[in-house]
Design a protein around this ligand. Sequence first.
Ligand code: AMP
Ligand code: MG
Length: 328
Amino acid sequence: MREPGKDIEAAAGVLRSGGLVALPTETVYGLGANAEDATAVRRVFQVKGRPPSHPLIVHLASAGQLGEWVEEVPDTARVLADRFWPGPLTLVLPRGRRVPLEATGGLETVAVRVPDHPVALALLAAFGGGVAAPSANRFGSVSPTTADHVRAELGDAVDFILDGGPCQVGVESTIVDARGGVPSILRPGGVTREALEDVVGSKVAVTAEAAGGVRAPGQHPSHYAPRARVVLVEPEQVAAQAHVAQEQGHRVGVLLPPLVAAGVVVKADAVVEVPASMGAFARGLYEYLREFDRQGCDLVVASLPARDGLGLAIVDRLRRAAGPRTAG
Ligand code: AMP
Ligand code: MG
């Protein structure tokens, strides 16, 4: 058996020499590079096939390092970092000088977070610097929540893969614009809107649409998407819609809502019963979508959960998975 400490040292060495390391976090697996090495950061974009204008998140070992990576730390940002780090919250702040524009997609802001995973934290501590990382998947596809997902999708393109087991949150971090007094959510994720509102003491707006370049409902560019086309319907229509699609000759996967699951017979090629707990749903979501691909489904019928708690992030990901497949 390999010793975890040796893996951490080896992975930190890879980062120091400009290589790429896939690392586990509590949200999803990341594809990491030394955040201060513009050449290494450019390779992250190449490996993912990601447009260079889509910025990465800089991962740090502790909240105490925040001031070294951003131009200024407003009071709200300090409060949020102290409350939620390590954890699935990313703060967008004015870019510090040591962050190359390659990592921020040319923006004068930088996204920063401290992940809540012992392997990620050990790597960050051993490396000492910041690790710029997006999710370790090809651009537009489903984020990886196990090391096997990373191996299957990126394999040899990554210099080192750290295996930290399955991710416990399962959806990406909540990205918050923390530059002003009241933060706003640019992407819903593992920290709920309600938890943020508790801490800041006021309503927190979700401006994810603006951040994603999405102008109108139904126009969500495809992202976080399996190969199969995803169709969203009302919960009580899931079974009937699956049946119709099968009659039309589709190989159909069904994401069956918990209330519907009781007592309904669903005819489909693959059925995943969604857990009633939103935490378990988020944890399993990307694996369910991958399972439909493995089963060869070309169409997935699903419905959206309520938009509170982690449901907000799940709704966001399912809507993007169902978005038009033209490049957005
Ligand atoms: P990923 O973890 O693959 O989703 O990639 C990082 C995410 O952080 C992307 O959705 C980016 O759009 C977002 N992000 C990174 N930096 C910024 C920034 N400065 N402003 C807004 N969003 C950002
Ligand atoms: Mg991603």
